[in-house]
Design a protein around this ligand. Sequence first.
Ligand code: SF4
Length: 244
Amino acid sequence: MRTVTGRIHSFETGGMVDGPGIRFVVFTQGCPLRCLYCHNPDTWKKTDGQEMTVGEVLDKAKSYKSYMDSSGGGITVTGGEPLMQPEFVGALLQEARKLGIHTAVDTSGFATAEARKAVLPYADLVLLDIKSIKPTIFKKVSGVEIDSTLAALEELRELNTPVWVRHVVVPGLTDNLEDAKELARVLSEYPNIEKVEILPFHKLGEFKWEELDQPYTLGDTEPPSREVIERIRDIFREKNIPVA
Ligand code: SF4
């Protein structure tokens, strides 16, 4: 499995926000979604990035193993959308596990059932981005349907895999309190969800859209107020879901 190749956008060593402890973060190349607020549009194109084998990626990761071990960290595969390269990511997670490295995947869940099956069972933690629980808003934000994300949620419950849900609050799109209540209600039925991260929309990636000559439609949208973020966090706390 160490010879399986994938396309990599970049690496981040010492990541602190994509799972527990200190993480070696692998950004895979390619994403079929077009989230309006994406801060990594340079990961979209499947053919960009560099080709690497699972073995080459792990050889890099291994030099940080002492940091991972002492901090309770591990490897996080993000993107892009990692499920676009199921054979590579599945092999990477399995080989990492053999080395005793904790594995996490940051995904939108958007993929075929086969692709999800090739990857999700080998993740010790899944960071699942749920753009909105409302199908119309989900589509408006991401350009794709919600169905695979909901299927991923179901499969992760069956696998009993710990999940951290990520939800970006964008004024005028995903700051509706009724939608937040519905998301909290749905998530309260999944005992494997360890927490929900409510992330305020920001425009730090806007310049990348300009560089890629892509129209950025949220240029006039301001970040949500602290009050709205806290109100939404409270909605999840009321359902006994830990919030970050
Ligand atoms: S899923 Fe992630 S990488 Fe893909 S478009 Fe959305 S925010 Fe960007």
